[in-house]
Design a protein around this ligand. Structure first.
Ligand SMILES: Nc1ncnc2c1ncn2[C@@H]1O[C@H](COP(=O)(O)OP(=O)(O)OP(=O)(O)O)[C@@H](O)[C@H]1O
Length: 925
């Protein structure tokens, strides 16, 4: 077409042919049998129009570039698919910038594209909008590839098919790439130009030349960074813009069809021989395809001249339609060999297609959306449905992230020594391997919450200087079966790529629970699959692979046996609550982070350690922080001992209840109740020494007495004397109420709970009752069998009840005896408590004199008190039952405990000791 436009004489000649043909066809069309003629005329006109004349001389020069008068509309290029040319045949053809193989946009197309571009540009940054403008300019200047337009035409006429969609995609991508490359080349050219000029410049700039040439060498790199940037943006933009345009054109088409009646069809097109073929759509509508060139000759203004446009009419039935067409053709005398072809098609609308796919699309969309949300909520990076099987483990770099060292982990020296071996294995594997030693694969760190298991694992990574993968057991658990196993695989695969390294699985009980225990009530396939995968992966290492797996759990007892066998988690490291010395060291670590100017830190550490039996490392860290907060509230320069004490009270007892107003009668009852506990604690030899007693309500308690269990030491065993003294002391509140008031209150309920639990344990677990003997009866919570059935007979149950009652009554008698003896002292303490609301150990010494029994350990060092090192032993017990009661029978020596004295601390009996010991720390009425 471009070459045609450059030869106006050709246009003039062909226009004459077309006019002639059109005129002829018009005349002939009126005659019934003239159907083939216009076709012939059309063929001629096309032939001449597309074939350039070799000899242009015979064209009338005066008419060069002009169309015949009255026929201008034939050349005004109004068809959307015609190459662009300014309207009006009189004008000189402008310079053609269309590339070979390209054709220009029609004004209508240009407008549509501009609309789409304007829509896309909205809300874009200015730089991108510029790119879009540039792209549009280029399209206007160079047109679209002819192949692309042909395909668009096909799509418009016959609909979209996968092959056409692929072709469109290929063409638009190709075009986008070309455009981007061109832009880049232009940029190169522009940048090189000024540089050339600089080098040409003579004179003093000569010296700068070398630098410039050096610069020039660098520039291609800079340019390259630009190149990729432009290429990416522009190509992406163009592809999406074209696709948007095509969709726009396909889904919201311009008017490309119109309904006509049978009569119109016959008179206007059929009888004039303009019909090329008929397609019956879905048996109820007929699409009329016309000889477009003939139509444009006859009816140049008609929309039917535009490509993609067609007429249609509705039919009642296919048979009736066929009959009518046959009759019409017979009337026109068209021989059967030249009859108009009729074909049949069934097709659905875009809307129907969309509706058919709608539910599927919605479903896929919903899955995608929710999986993305699930993904982004947790580990971040690997979100989305495709990232589901990816491990969520966080990798910490030993150089930047894991700064914890063994020095930051205080106490737990044995655990540290044990785990130190892993560090030396990772640092110097050769030492072990040359002796043929197999390196342990992993260790389970178990113990109560907050005792520093995670911290120890981090310190191991920090010391060994290897990458550290940290993941929580619950992160493997997903609602889809197989995801957990796939995450385990991914985690270990990652670890193997980063050897030597440490994997730390926190709360491993989330996936490592014993399989037999889980199966109760249905089982859990997903968890089992995940566990099996861990078992396989841990077996799958070869001994050379330096991957150490550490796991943390609070419940080592529920873990699957297979997980704990040697070759998997070879070592089990139990981390208990820290001892007095351990607490001291942990306080040392955390006190470094707060300002304690002017304080004797050594003394503070010791005193705080003595004040916080049963505290885990996390509690200690919290306490120190609370103390700093309290100090900050009072605008202090440094954190003082009193701040720490307040913090401990707050951590253990809760907030002071200032809003709770008690009546004078209630206050008096509370004061006598607490004084009863205090007197017992003071005068019973084996009871816990009193530290502080208060009637200020705190948390749930109306008053409290604070003791130091075990005399500030770290005993894990209790003998019968201690138990009896503790029970008697616990009953002191109620006994005091009985002695001083006409009636008693409900305030002793928690005391009774503790006493009953302890007495029951003495009878059913610790073999401290002659009637029951050396038996162990598990609680309902301890095993599944006991949940349904009691492990003893009715007769034994009765005996247990009797024994428990007897022991409690003995404790009661012991307590009452003491409080009646010390009624005056009790009154003094209670009245002082009423007036001061809180008494310390020093107040007690002032009122009652020195405690008759010395305390053990370092208690006196930090809390005053004259005597130390008083011998323990039977006979010095003021109200003890070691030598008076029938229970025990061992002459006051520590009873032998069922479950093994030296057994692991998680054994039932010692853990109960621990619990009772901790409970004595609680505040009580
Ligand atoms: N031995 C210790 N030395 C110093 N700080 C400690 C120690 N133990 C615990 N802590 C403090 O307690 C915090 C919590 O400890 P960590 O997370 O290691 O406990 P954990 O045993 O893993 O708890 P959980 O079983 O609940 O996961 C630590 O960040 C640290 O501040």
């Amino acid at each position: 077409m471009a070459s045609l436009l450059r030869r106006p004489q050709n246009i003039a000649r062909s226009s004459r042919q077309v006019v002639e043909a059109a005129r002829l066809s018009q005349t002939l069309a009126r005659r019934p049998a003239s159907l083939p003629r216009p076709l012939y005329a059309y063929a001629r006109s096309r032939q001449y129009a597309t074939k350039p004349e070799k000899d242009g001389k015979d064209v009338d020069q005066s008419k060069q570039g002009k169309s015949a008068k009255g026929m201008e509309h034939l050349y005004n290029q109004s068809s959307p698919m015609s190459p662009s040319q300014p309207p009006g045949g009189d004008k000189e053809p402008t310079e053609d910038t269309t590339k070979p193989g390209f054709s220009k946009l029609s004004p209508a197309e240009e407008k549509a594209l501009l609309d789409v571009f304007a829509l896309v540009k909205k809300g874009m940054p200015a730089s991108m909008a510029d790119d879009i403008n540039r792209a549009m300019e280029r399209i206007k200047r160079e047109g679209l590839p002819t192949e692309l337009r042909e395909t668009i035409k096909e799509v418009q006429a016959e609909g979209m098919s996968p092959a056409r969609a692929a072709k469109l995609w290929r063409l638009t991508t190709h075009m986008a790439r070309e455009t981007a490359e061109k832009t880049v080349n232009e940029k190169f050219a522009k940048k090189e130009e000024p540089e050339q000029k600089t080098t040409d410049e003579p004179g003093p700039k000569e010296s700068g030349k070398k630098e410039e040439s050096g610069d020039k060498k660098k520039k291609p790199n800079d340019m390259f960074s630009n190149v990729t940037e432009i290429k990416f943006d522009l190509s992406n933009f163009l592809v999406s813009a074209f696709v948007a345009y095509l969709l726009y054109r396909l889904i919201v088409p311009t008017e490309n069809s119109r309904e006509i009646t049978w009569q119109e069809f016959r008179n206007t097109f059929f009888d004039k021989g303009l019909v090329e073929k008929l397609i019956v759509i879905n048996g109820n509508r007929v699409r009329v395809y016309l000889h477009r060139e003939n139509v444009s000759s006859l009816y140049p203004e008609s929309p039917a001249a535009q490509p993609g446009f067609y007429y249609y009419f509705s039919i009642g039935s296919v048979e009736a339609f066929e009959r009518r067409v046959d009759e019409a053709q017979a009337e026109l005398g068209i021989p059967s060999s030249e009859r108009i072809p009729v074909s049949y098609q069934s097709e659905g609308s875009w809307f129907n297609t969309f509706l058919a796919f709608g539910p599927t699309l919605l479903f896929v969309g919903a899955i995608f959306y929710f999986s993305r949300r699930a993904g982004s909520g947790g580990g971040g990076g690997s979100g989305g449905i495709f990232g589901m099987g990816k491990s969520r483990a966080k990798k910490f770099n030993h150089e930047t992230d894991v700064k914890v060292k063994f020095a930051d982990v205080a106490g737990m020296d044995e655990a540290k020594a044990e785990i130190m071996e892993f560090v030396s294995f990772l640092k110097e594997p050769g030492v072990y391997q040359k002796l043929g030693a197999k390196i342990p694969r992993g260790a389970v760190l178990s113990g109560p919450p907050g005792t520093g298991k995670t911290l120890l694992a981090k310190a191991t990574a920090g010391e060994s200087g290897v990458p550290f993968f940290s993941v929580s057991g619950s992160e493997f658990v997903e609602m889809f079966v197989g995801v957990g196993a796939s995450r385990v695989r991914d985690l270990f695969a990652n670890a193997r790529k980063n050897t030597p390294c440490i994997i730390f699985i926190d709360e491993i009980d989330a996936i490592g629970k014993s399989r037999s225990k889980q199966s109760f009530g249905g089982g859990n396939d997903e968890r089992e699959a995940t566990l099996n995968q861990i078992l396989t992966e841990m077996d799958g290492f070869n001994t050379q692979e330096q991957v150490v797996v550490l796991a943390g759990t609070n419940r080592a007892d529920v873990l699957d046996k297979a997980l704990m066998r040697p070759g998997r988690f070879d070592r089990q490291i139990y981390i208990d609550h820290p001892t007095m010395e351990g607490r001291k060291q942990i306080f040392g670590v955390h006190l470094k982070n707060v300002v304690t100017t002017g304080e004797d830190v050594e003394h503070i550490k010791g005193r705080l350690a003595a004040l916080t039996p049963g505290f885990a490392g996390a509690d200690i860290a919290n306490c120190v922080n609370e103390a700093a907060l309290i100090a900050a509230r009072t605008n202090s320069d440094s954190v003082k001992m009193k701040d720490f004490e307040q913090a401990i009270e707050r951590v253990v007892g809760g907030l002071e209840k200032k809003s709770l107003i008690l009546s004078p009668e209630e206050k008096k009852t509370i004061a006598y109740h607490e004084a009863g506990h205090a007197i017992c604690g003071w005068f019973f030899q084996w009871a816990d020494p009193l530290l502080k007693v208060s009637i200020v309500p705190r948390g749930k308690a109306l008053g409290y007495a604070q003791y130091l269990p075990g005399g500030g030491g770290d005993e894990v065993l209790m003998n019968m004397r201690q138990m009896m003294d503790r029970m008697a002391m616990t009953l002191g509140g109620r006994v005091s109420e009985e002695l001083h008031f006409e009636t008693v209150t409900s305030g002793a309920s928690d005391d009774f709970n503790k006493v009953t639990r302890m007495a029951t344990a003495m009878v059913t677990k610790w073999g401290m009752s002659e009637k029951i003997g050396y038996m162990y009866y598990p609680d309902a919570g301890e095993s599944q069998e006991t949940q349904l059935q009691k492990p003893f007979s009715e007769n034994t149950a009765q005996k247990i009840d009797e024994e428990v009652k007897r022991i409690i009554m003995e404790a009661y008698t012991q307590c009452k005896q003491l409080l009646m003896e010390k009624k005056t002292e009790l009154g003094l303490v209670a009245e002082e408590l009423l007036s001061k609301e809180m008494l310390t150990r020093d107040d007690m010494v002032r009122i009652l004199g020195q405690r008759p029994w010395a305390t053990k350990g370092e208690f006196d060092k930090y809390f005053g008190g004259g005597r130390t090192g008083v011998e323990e032993g039977a006979g010095k017990n003021a109200g003890g039952i070691g030598d008076s009661g029938p229970v025990g029978g061992s002459g006051g020596g520590p009873p032998t405990l069922p479950g093994g004295l030296g057994g692991a601390p998680e054994e039932a009996a010692p853990s109960l000791y621990r619990e009772l010991q901790l409970r004595s720390q609680e505040w009580r009425l």
